[in-house]
Design a protein around this ligand. Structure first.
Ligand SMILES: NC(=O)C1=CN([C@@H]2O[C@H](COP(=O)(O)OP(=O)(O)OC[C@H]3O[C@@H](n4cnc5c(N)ncnc54)[C@H](O)[C@@H]3O)[C@@H](O)[C@H]2O)C=CC1
Ligand SMILES: O=C(O)[C@@H](O)C(=O)[C@H](O)[C@@H](O)CO
Length: 318
């Protein structure tokens, strides 16, 4: 297993900036690459913003510039992979772009350099079709936004991914970057988190489309109840407790789960967001009281401040 000292982050957007920040925080030199200087500079500004908030909240004890020294920005791909031990791809969510990049990297890099995609739901098996030399080193390491704060990484092997690649990626994410890692037993689009998140989001858009509730009220339902529990309990533990002394078995046999059989057939079934639902949701987002007076940067900072407080309470560290 190759010792990882230097990492290449390919893609300087929301996720690339988060990965680069996390790597620097955990002591790793990392290349931070995208093609366009303007995008690269925006990515660096994101990183500096992330580090400033962490410093203000005393989650890091050194000033942001101390960590920035470990981040090496470049618009030259060959420079970004010149001495790399591990690649984290975080470019646009398109098979075409990812396959072209993985093909290029596979041709250039030693066979023990792992190529990990941040994709939100695409399949490594499909990406590996473009890797003609060492497809076994291709894998998915799906972070959650923002990666420097949310600890989960879903590792999803493709059909050709080797056990060594899985083991090395899990070891790096879990033991070196101190992430919470789930390795999927079978490859599936959307993985675990996004499938669960989008099952709920599909229903949320349906309820807006049907005029049952506004986007603001749906968010209230999530944040005033469901989301609070989910910050420290998943759905199974939640409903095991919901079953009282009888636990999950009672829940399904006589409890709420049994009762839900009366109306579960009314849940949204569509496999693409309905145009009318999207239009109504976007329009109502513009009327969302808390949001309409804030910029993306202000909302991102507000989100990170809340996440930091929660993470400190629930995990004690990032
Ligand atoms: N935004 C999110 O909440 C999350 C996104 N992801 C995944 O992470 C990946 C990146 O997502 P974001 O950072 O949100 O996207 P983004 O659009 O913010 O950033 C994409 C970056 O890749 C660069 N880029 C695009 N094509 C490129 C290429 N061919 N070569 C080099 N750089 C290229 C862009 O300039 C940009 O810097 C996607 O696969 C996405 O599905 C994963 C978890 C969460
Ligand atoms: O929600 C997240 O942070 C990630 O799991 C994602 O992949 C994003 O939601 C993605 O689906 C949208 O860019």
């Amino acid at each position: 297993m190759r010792q990882i000292k230097t990492v290449s982050v390919i893609g300087a957007g929301v996720i690339g900036a988060g990965w680069s920040t996390l790597l620097a925080l955990k002591g790793y030199e990392n290349w931070f690459y995208t093609e366009k200087k303007e995008t690269l500079d925006k990515g660096l500004a994101k990183i500096k913003g992330y580090l400033n908030v962490l410093y203000e909240y005393k989650l890091i004890d050194k000033e942001p510039d101390y960590y920035m020294q470990r981040i090496h920005p470049t618009t030259k791909l060959d420079e970004a992979i010149s001495n790399t031990d591990f690649v984290l791809e975080a470019i646009v969510e398109e098979y075409g772009a990812k396959k072209a990049l993985f093909k290029q990297l596979d041709e250039k890099l030693d066979k023990d350099v792992i190529l990990a995609s941040s994709t939100s739901g695409l399949l490594m098996t499909e990406i590996q079709k473009a890797m003609t030399k060492y497809p076994e080193r291709g894998i998915i390491a799906h972070p959650w936004n923002p990666p420097h704060l949310l600890p989960l990484v879903e590792i999803v092997p493709g059909e050709k991914t080797s056990q060594d690649t899985i083991y090395a990626t899990k070891d790096f994410m879990e033991n070196k970057l101190e992430r919470v890692v789930v390795v999927l037993k079978k490859e599936i689009s959307g993985f675990i988190g996004n499938r669960l998140a989008f099952a709920l989001f599909r229903e949320a858009v349906y309820l807006v489309d049907e005029g049952i509730a506004t986007v603001e009220d749906i968010d209230k339902v999530m944040t005033a109840a469901i989301g609070l529990r989910w910050a420290f309990m998943g759905p199974f533990l939640t409903y095991h407790l919901g079953g009282g002394e009888g636990g999950l078995e009672y829940f399904f046999s006589r409890g709420f789960g049994y009762g839900a059989n009366e109306w579960m057939h009314t849940l949204a079934k569509y496999d693409k967001f309905p145009y009318t639902g999207v239009v109504k949701s976007v329009q109502q987002m513009k009327e969302y009281e808390f949001v309409k007076s804030k910029t993306f940067q202000e909302l991102s900072r507000w989100r990170d401040e809340k996440l930091i407080s929660l993470i400190k309470l629930l995990r004690g560290k990032i």
